[in-house]
Design a protein around this ligand. Structure first.
Ligand SMILES: [Zn+2]
Length: 431
């Protein structure tokens, strides 16, 4: 059995509002799994070498639960637009370029490198409608070592004529994708990705619902992203009272895989029921909802209603990869919401850190905490101190989320194995 011992300031979420801190503690990793976290090293381990990170912090790796890989080159451009103008001017033309597998071969290694750089080691991705490019992305994710959900997206209406699918073909290609990828790797799994209700016919959603049941896979989509989107979805599906009910009625919540919905800014009581009933995960994407002026997710009230909430970068609607920065943005937005809405209670740092690590990681198994039984998917980050004045370790973590970046991430581990972003990038482009 391979045993590794790491020492540093260990911080992990115990619960939604509680952080567990071991200053200068020890984490023992056996075959990639954490077998113990200790303040004093037990005698039995004294014979092993210790990898001592000094006053650096050891934290769980971040999970990015909503990101559009083909929108990589849209980061930080077109931000004067609102949602539909942005889709038509930037996003649909950009995504249509992935009909060319070679183009995907240039862009996707950069996406994967940047996830690793910024410490997002578990990711859930949108792609495009093109089978070949989606297959390439999936295989690159496997080669990278990341934990991921990925697949082929579906859209058969209300889309430009250069970027839309035939309904039957969309279902057929999705089934082919699931069949050919479901058993390739334990870390990377297919998921069904209808873009959002307004771009999918009822026939398409029903066909995808059957695949969810048949192959027991999950779903990843956008839900009540903005008031305009939710109203449009209800207009197109008059038999449903809410955006969420569209997916329930078409069978898309029937697989045992994860049900992941980005945004969920204006949920109704039907969504409240659906999220609890199907243990669905909502994804807060603070940068993106600000950039497209969609509103602010009511994080604390959703938590009180029993929602699981994770965090996503939503690149390219969001402009920055680092999930640590989405932690600080979530807190800033939460304060704004409290300022404008008297009965709203803002989130605090422990809540946002929990969403970015423990809540997001759980989607991939025993991941997201530095705790016995969890996989050692972890980061070592700088202690963020100034000369002449020291701050406590929890404040150092908070400071990293506000002003740190990938340069402050010193080590990245997946299943207890060190991973280097540039090495992975080289491997992917040489292949
Ligand atoms: Zn999105």
């Amino acid at each position: 059995m391979a045993i590794s011992i790491y020492r540093g300031n260990i911080i992990s979420s115990r619960s939604w509002d509680e952080l567990d801190v071991h200053e200068r503690g020890y984490v023992v990793v056996e075959d990639g799994i954490i077998s113990g976290v200790h303040d004093e090293l037990p005698e039995e381990y004294e014979k092993y070498d210790i990898c001592d990170y000094g006053d650096r912090l050891i934290i769980p790796a971040f999970s990015d639960l909503h990101m559009h890989a083909p929108q990589y080159v849209e980061r930080g451009v077109g931000m004067d637009c609102l949602l539909f103008e942005w889709l038509n001017t930037y996003t649909f033309p950009q995504e249509s370029r992935f009909a060319d597998r070679n183009y995907a071969g240039v862009i996707y290694p950069q996406v994967i490198r940047d996830f690793i750089r910024h410490g997002s080691l578990q990711v859930n991705l949108f792609s495009t409608i093109h089978y070949e490019a989606c297959d390439l992305l999936f295989r690159m994710l496997i080669d990278s070592g990341l934990y991921a959900y990925a697949g082929k997206i579906n859209m058969d209406m209300n889309s430009p004529e250069y970027y839309v699918e035939d309904t039957e073909e969309s279902i057929r290609e999705t089934e082919r994708f699931i069949k050919e990828h479901i058993d390739l790797c334990n870390r990377v799994k297919p998921i069904i990705i209808p873009r959002f209700a307004p771009t999918c016919s009822k026939k398409l959603l029903k066909g995808l619902g059957e695949l969810c049941r048949k192959y027991d896979v999950g779903i990843h989509t956008h839900l009540v992203e903005s008031k305009a989107e939710a109203a449009w979805a209800r207009e197109l599906f008059p038999m449903c009272t809410s955006d969420g009910e569209i997916y329930e009625m078409t069978g898309l919540l029937q697989g045992s895989g994860p049900k992941i919905f980005a945004h969920v800014i204006f949920p109704t009581e039907t969504e409240d029921r659906i999220f609890r009933q199907y243990s669905a995960v909502s994804v807060h994407c603070p940068d993106a909802t600000t950039n497209i002026t969609a509103g602010i997710m009511p994080v604390t009230s959703l938590h009180e209603k029993g929602y699981d909430i994770a965090i996503g970068s939503d690149v390219g609607g969001g402009h920055f990869f680092g999930i640590y920065r989405q932690i600080s943005r979530a807190l800033q937005l939460s304060k704004m919401k409290e300022f404008y809405e008297e009965d709203y209670k803002r989130a605090v740092f422990a809540n946002a850190f929990y969403m970015a690590t423990a809540a997001g990681g759980r989607v991939f198994g025993n991941i997201g905490k530095i705790e016995k039984g969890y996989k050692f998917n972890a980061l070592v980050i700088d202690n963020m101190q100034d000369e002449g004045f020291r701050i406590p370790v929890l404040e150092a973590l908070e400071r990293f989320c506000y002003i740190g970046d990938d340069r402050n991430i010193r080590e990245r581990f997946i299943d207890g194995v060190r991973i280097d972003p540039d090495e992975v990038y080289r491997k992917l482009i040489e292949k």
